[in-house]
Design a protein around this ligand. Sequence first.
Ligand code: SF4
Ligand code: SF4
Length: 114
Amino acid sequence: MPRLKCGVDTCTYWHEQYCVRDGILVKGETALSEAETKCSSYRFGDRKATDRSYKFEIGKIGDPKFLDVNCEAVYCVYNKRRICHAEDIKIDGSRARRSSETFCSSFDLKKSSV
Ligand code: SF4
Ligand code: SF4
């Protein structure tokens, strides 16, 4: 289970550099670079409007920095059977308004894929 930091501050699940979900799905089955991946769990939302419920959720899930990350980017070195085994990952896309504008900046192409 990776430790996840997220820079997508337009996402409804974003809270102070972390994701309050207990898991995410990264898509990009044919991705050969980070730009071809995306966090499909992204939802555009006004963080301030629901800030109180975030704190409640964080209280429930404990440490929000560790997440289950299912990932379809099978050409990434950290991908084993569609689960991310990296120690740390970063999801980015600071001006995103949709999932396709986010990406996993920790993607690292398997040598055997080129
Ligand atoms: S973009 Fe993905 S990782 Fe980032 S807060 Fe949203 S759901 Fe979580
Ligand atoms: S580091 Fe690789 S395996 Fe992990 S979520 Fe990012 S693209 Fe998927």
